[in-house]
Ligand binder design. Structure first.
Ligand code: FAD
Ligand code: SF4
Length: 509
């Protein structure tokens, strides 16, 4: 009998073990379905890039001699849901087995598992051959612990996979983590490397998507789509990153500027998350650049920590804590997102810049996501579920397994501190230190009170005041509470009033 092998839109891994042999009895199936375009409102580039990359993979598989059944979004046979399409294909091909790679999202994992259980033909799930760690590894490592420190997990990964290790279990350079060296602002030098990505014209695919009734937001840039759409392009992008950006990655990892939107970041998250690139090859290339004397240890370690540490770790948190995790709301925040989250039109320069860039590029780098947008969302008491859906929709690299722990855990502290040791919030002082946003801003970064005061300031102090019962005993934020105690009563009340005005008028900011 024939076997159907399902390839999901984020499983575009040409090196998967499935593809080593060509077998006439195997039908590879890819499908563009409304189920996947519509579970949240997505950025136009995200839908377009995933479909274009799926089409490219189908082309390559056919060229290699495999049988491919591709269901395009406008195919009249397309039933627009994964289970319904599989059922129809089983009949069409008289298939006797269905195989799929382990989905990374709980939603799809559950759907395929439940559907497989009820199906007439057996379903078999195989590994996706992508990650360093297993789904349950973090849960095993942290069994019984209240706090799940990334650093603890990361060191185990370093040892287990022999990355940046000397013999005898010692880290290269004698130190595990060089984070403290990675906090420089960027003042224009060294110059930002040029964008390494290839431009594609996918206007006609974009028209097909729109005509099929799919709604989206953000700039589609359909005639100059810049994301890597196959492995070859992803590898070129990796080369350019290692060569030009990695040496400065460490220094400017947390910097932000109106004059440079990517700085020294790799822009590889899309290629990694749809599995065109394997994390091992990225890590190995970075490590080799250190040993060749091309990039300093602090930069290389910092970069590797993001991939071997954070990326694997958040995935482990996700599998350990789903499905409850998506409902977490430690502070009980319920406020709706202000309208400018969807068009960038706010007079706060930092947010205007970070959100406009996200709408244009479907990308913002980590510190923009964490310390501008997420920082504001938490201080303003926005509903973490709504914040989560916004992040899941807008970023090119947003797949729930990585987006949700970053948004709900790291950025909104909605899990009450499983992931983060303290809430990632700041007043204008931090933003001004790490960026040039405040210079061109309508608001005054130094003031707390008044029409022109930077909203971050009053919101910051009021956040800690109002959450004292939950946070004051946290030793990592003792300093904040000592400062708050020193403030006079009147100033605290003024901040409270100012914060109340701000949160009641978010749309006016
Ligand atoms: P670089 O700075 O070049 O980093 C290299 C790689 O490290 C990235 O490509 C990514 O694969 C990995 N990485 C870095 N930081 C993290 C992290 N915190 N968690 C997991 N992997 C990381 N990343 C996503 O891939 N998808 C998301 O949906 C996502 N949502 C986020 C939401 C919030 C609120 C925050 C604070 C962060 C989020 N991140 C997410 C992490 C990070 O911001 C992006 O991975 C990064 O900005 C991607 O750009 P880059 O490839 O240029 O990264
Ligand atoms: Fe952002 Fe405040 Fe600085 Fe303006 S002054 S850019 S609102 S931090």
């Amino acid at each position: 009998g024939r076997t159907i092998r399902l390839i999901l839109g984020d499983q575009l891994n040409l090196q998967h073990r499935w593809f080593t042999d060509v077998d006439d009895a195997t039908i590879y199936v890819l499908m563009e379905v409304r189920q996947e375009t519509d579970y949240v409102l997505h950025h136009a580039q995200k839908i377009l890039a995933i479909f274009a990359a799926m089409r490219d993979l189908a082309r390559q598989l056919r060229e290699a001699g495999h049988h491919v059944h591709y269901l395009a979004i406008d195919d009249p046979q397309n039933l627009q849901s994964i289970p319904a399409n599989i059922d129809a294909l089983i009949i069409q091909y008289r298939a006797t087995a269905v195989e799929y790679q382990a989905p990374d999202e709980w939603r799809l994992d559950e759907q395929l598992y439940q559907h497989g259980r009820r199906s007439r033909v057996p379903y078999l799930m195989v590994d996706s051959d992508h990650f360093y760690s297993t789904r349950n590894q973090a849960a095993d490592i942290f069994a019984g612990r209240k706090q799940w420190l990334m650093e603890f997990f990361y060191r185990q990964m370093r040892v287990e996979h022999r990355v940046l290790m000397e013999d005898a279990g010692k880290p290269v350079g004698g130190q595990w983590n060089y984070d403290a060296a990675n906090r420089k602002p960027w003042r224009g030098k060294p110059a930002e490397p040029s964008d390494p990505r290839t431009l594609h014209d996918h206007s006609s695919l974009w028209k097909t998507i729109v005509d099929a009734g799919v709604t989206s937001f953000g700039n589609p840039k359909a005639d100059q789509l810049a994301w890597a759409l196959n492995r070859e392009e992803a590898l070129q992008q990796l080369d350019a990153f290692i060569d030009k950006a990695l040496p400065h990655f460490g220094d400017f990892q947390d910097a932000m500027s109106v004059n440079a939107w990517r700085l020294f970041h790799s822009l590889l998250s899309f290629a990694l998350n749809v599995k065109m690139l394997n994390p091992r090859e990225v890590v190995i290339r970075a490590e080799a650049a250190y040993h060749a004397g091309h990039a300093p240890l602090a930069a290389v370690e910092g970069f590797i920590r993001q991939i071997l540490g954070w990326r694997e770790y958040v995935r482990g948190v996700y599998w350990a804590k789903m499905p409850e995790y998506s409902e977490k709301n430690f502070f009980g925040h319920t406020r709706a997102l202000p309208a400018w989250f969807w068009d960038g039109k706010t007079t706060m320069n930092c947010l205007n810049h970070a959100i406009t860039q996200s709408l244009e590029q479907a990308h913002a780098h980590h510190i923009q996501r964490l310390m501008i947008i997420g920082n504001f969302a938490l201080l303003a008491g926005l509903d973490p579920g709504e914040v989560h859906r916004w992040y899941l929709g807008i970023y090119i690299d947003a797949f729930e397994w990585v987006e949700l722990p970053n948004t709900v855990g790291m950025s909104q502290f909605a899990d009450g501190g499983l992931l983060a040791t303290k809430p990632y919030v700041s007043s204008a002082a931090y933003i001004d230190r790490m960026s040039d946003y405040c210079k061109g801003c309508h608001y005054d970064k130094r003031s707390r009170i008044g029409d022109l005061a930077c909203p971050f300031n009053a919101l910051y102090w009021d956040f800690f005041r109002r959450n004292a019962p939950a946070l004051a005993r946290n030793p990592r934020i003792g300093m904040v509470y000592r400062q708050l105690e020193k403030m006079d009563e009147a100033a605290v009340v003024d901040c409270q009033r100012q914060a109340q005005w701000i949160t009641a008028n978010l749309d006016l900011l």
